[in-house]
Design a protein around this ligand. Structure first.
Ligand code: ADP
Length: 267
């Protein structure tokens, strides 16, 4: 079993990824896709006159501030447009893809963070009314059911809270939780860089291999949203996934290259 997270950063080659996925399925491999949608949500939010707002928490992690209206835009873009068009592309390539978000059938259950502590202009503040969450449980049985019926799950990064509210979740960490729940051998995080760089954006500083106990140090090199990938990698390994690869999603055969170890391999 392989879980592949397709990033939303500019330049990611969806066609090449879908072609590789179709070939892998033909080889008899089981695959689950998870996608993001951060960049496209920003674009659409701007167009709707609701520019995105990002907040930084006390540990330095940045995330989208998601009030109810933002959540609805996020759902519209990720579970609506991105998911449907990805399924369309896969169907065209002969893959019987099945799109769903973590809300459907309670696929991903999350703890909603109703109050988040942020640092703004050097001062601490508490934000309430935020619809983001941290996944606590993945319904692996539902994914098995789909795959046993010959369907390939394509998951949008929304979850349902314990109270039944829809929440926005980080797609990298969602993919990590899914990979752990289905006991995937590998988790591939495809994005628009060749891997984790020690001195971003200098590609000559690409880190080809990080042992599990080197992740904490690696976190220091990651800026912005890259931090979430490092965190996701660590969570996936903790859940028993053997190998996590950060790899380039812009190149030809992005999935096969990642499986061949091109990128940053963490194990
Ligand atoms: P996606 O939506 O594809 O998951 P993100 O924007 O979340 O992509 O994360 C990938 C981005 O992380 C890269 O485009 C790059 O700008 C940024 N980044 C920050 N620090 C690093 C680093 N040390 N090495 C590589 N990329 C980094």
């Amino acid at each position: 079993m392989i879980v592949i997270k397709i990033g939303g950063a500019a330049g990611v080659n969806f066609d090449a990824i879908c072609q590789d996925v179709a070939a892998l399925l033909k080889e008899g491999q089981r695959v689950i896709l998870v996608h993001g949608g951060s960049a496209e949500t920003n674009e659409i939010s701007e167009k709707l006159g609701r520019p995105p707002r990002f907040v930084t928490n006390e540990s330095g992690f940045t995330s989208r501030y998601t009030d109810r209206e933002t959540l609805e835009i996020f759902a519209m873009v990720t579970a609506g447009r991105i998911n449907t068009l990805l399924v369309e592309r896969l169907q065209k390539g002969g893959v019987n893809a099945f799109g769903l978000s973590g809300v459907d059938g309670r696929l991903m259950l999350a703890k909603r963070k109703d109050a988040i502590r942020i640092v703004e202009n050097g001062r601490k503040r508490i934000l309430r009314d935020d619809y983001t969450g941290k996944i606590e449980q993945v319904n692996a049985g539902l994914l098995e059911l789909l795959m046993n019926a010959g369907l390939m799950p394509v998951i949008a990064p929304l979850a349902i809270s314990l109270e039944g509210d829809v929440v926005n979740v980080d797609a990298d960490r969602a993919a990590a939780m899914v990979a752990g729940a289905v006991k995937a051998e590998q988790l591939l995080l495809l994005t628009n860089v060749p891997g984790l760089m020690r001195k971003f954006p200098d590609e000559s500083t690409l880190m080809p291999h990080i042992p599990k106990n080197g992740l904490e140090q690696a976190l220091a090199f990651a800026e912005g949203r890259m931090k979430k990938k490092v965190l996701g990698a660590s969570e996936a390994l903790d859940l028993g996934v053997k190998k996590v690869v950060f790899a380039d999603g812009r190149i030809d055969h992005p999935v096969y290259s990642a499986l061949a170890g091109k990128g940053t391999v963490i194990e």
